[in-house]
Each structure stands twice: as structure tokens, then as C-alpha cells.
Write a protein that binds this ligand. Structure first.
Ligand SMILES: [Mg+2]
Length: 232
């Protein structure tokens, strides 16, 4: 199975269609094909993809699907129709960090990323910013659910505001009791808490499958492209 998958993977790579390759990467990751770094042979592709208009336009395609779905929801007006956004590579795009750290080709270095987060300098992912504002207009209650931990609350809030995200119901970060949990477990637990509070989670936007899967999943989940790293 793994051998034939790899063969197909290579064949597609040689054909040189970046977006189909991203979908393949996502597909293989979904099958638990996990790596610490992107393969060396993928470096040029990943770099070219995330620094190109193609990444932005692929994100816009997802955001377009999200908006189409959002408009189909009968928002009740009781404030309980919720939409969840992840932060990194969803609301914010950490390209300034990854262009200095090999676009996922280097082993993730927590210390340097922590320093980067304190700078609070990431731009918005433009497709997400537009969608975010549209969802507010439509009456959704927005929750921001991130794998970042509590010490980064102020920096994350400052970065979100600077990037143009001005209103959210709650910014949820990992607290001390969430330490060591897999992202899929932590995020499911937090979604479950919202459901228990009476929220109807209509939509969920994230760049990792672990943002979207597990339990208390949204009515519709939307996966943004991210070929640089994988979080279980
Ligand atoms: Mg993310």
C-alpha cells in the first residue's frame, strides 16, 4: 500500500501540478503518513507554492465554499450559531517565520517559534479575513480556537487585531490542563464545551485535520491548504 502510494505520489510530482500535489500531501497525511519535516525533494515545491498566488487562490477557493455554505444557514438570531477558526495558517499566515526556517524542511523549533509569536507580526491570510468579516455580517458568533497556549494570549490578541480581526466571542488557548493533549483531543473537548453551552457549531475552518476531526465536529468543516507541517 505504502509503496504504490509513493509511486503515485512521485508520478504526480513529476507532472508538476502544484495544487494537485498539495491535495495529495493532505490526502497522505490523512492516512497517517506523518513526518517531522517535509521531504527534501519537496522543498522547492513547498517554497514556491506558499510564496505564490496559487496558495492564496487555493485559500480563496475554500473561503468561497465556506461563504456559500454560510449563506445557506438559517442564522437564528439567538447568537448561538457559531463558527470556529483556527489561528496559525488559518487566520494568520506565518510566512515571515517559515521563510527563515525552511518552509517546513527544518525540524520544528519551539523556542524560535515562541519568540516569533511574541513579535505578533503575522499578516492575515487574506481569504480568511474577508470570510471572517462576511460571517460577522451574516450574524455568526465567532470563536477562535488555537493550539497556542495561555502565555501567548496577549500576543495572539494583538496580532489578530493588527491583522484586521476585531471581534470574537472568545479566544480559546491551551490552558495548563490541556498540556500534552493531542490537538485533535484538545480541540474536540473545547468544541464539546461550546455545544454543552448551547452553541450550534455551523462551520469550522482550519489548516490541520486535527482542527476539524474528533468529536463535537461542526456541521461543515473546511480544510485550508498547508503543505509545510502536520499536527496530530
Ligand atoms: Mg493551524
Amino acid at each position: 500500500m505504502a509503496d504504490s502510494s509513493s509511486a503515485n505520489f512521485d508520478r504526480d510530482y513529476e507532472s508538476g501540478f502544484p495544487s494537485s500535489r498539495v491535495r495529495l500531501i493532505d490526502s497522505f497525511v490523512h492516512q497517517q503518513w506523518i513526518w517531522d519535516t517535509i521531504p527534501t525533494r519537496c522543498f522547492d515545491f513547498v517554497k514556491n507554492y506558499v510564496t505564490s498566488d496559487r496558495y492564496l487562490s487555493d485559500s480563496e477557493v475554500v473561503a468561497g465554499d465556506e461563504l456559500e455554505f454560510a449563506k445557506s444557514v438559517n442564522v437564528s438570531g439567538d447568537g448561538k450559531d457559531a463558527w470556529i477558526f483556527d489561528v496559525d495558517e488559518t487566520l494568520l499566515f506565518n510566512l515571515p517565520y517559515y521563510e527563515l526556517h525552511g518552509y517546513g524542511s527544518e525540524i520544528f523549533d519551539e523556542e524560535s517559534f515562541d519568540e516569533y509569536m511574541y513579535l505578533a507580526n503575522s499578516p492575515a491570510l487574506s481569504a480568511s479575513l474577508s470570510l471572517y468579516k462576511e460571517l460577522q455580517q451574516l450574524g455568526f458568533t465567532i470563536f477562535v480556537l488555537t493550539g497556542r497556549s495561555e502565555p501567548f494570549r496577549n500576543a495572539t490578541e494583538a496580532n489578530l487585531r493588527d491583522a484586521g480581526y476585531n471581534i470574537w466571542e472568545r479566544l480559546i488557548l491551551r490552558g495548563p490542563s490541556d498540556k500534552g493533549k493531542l490537538a485533535v483531543e484538545y480541540k474536540s473537548e473545547k468544541r464539546k464545551e461550546l455545544v454543552d453551552e448551547g452553541y450550534r457549531i455551523r462551520g469550522n475552518s482550519g489548516d490541520q485535520w486535527s482542527d476539524l476531526l474528533g468529536y463535537a465536529i461542526a456541521q461543515r468543516s473546511f480544510k485550508l491548504p498547508n503543505p509545510m507541517y502536520y499536527i496530530a
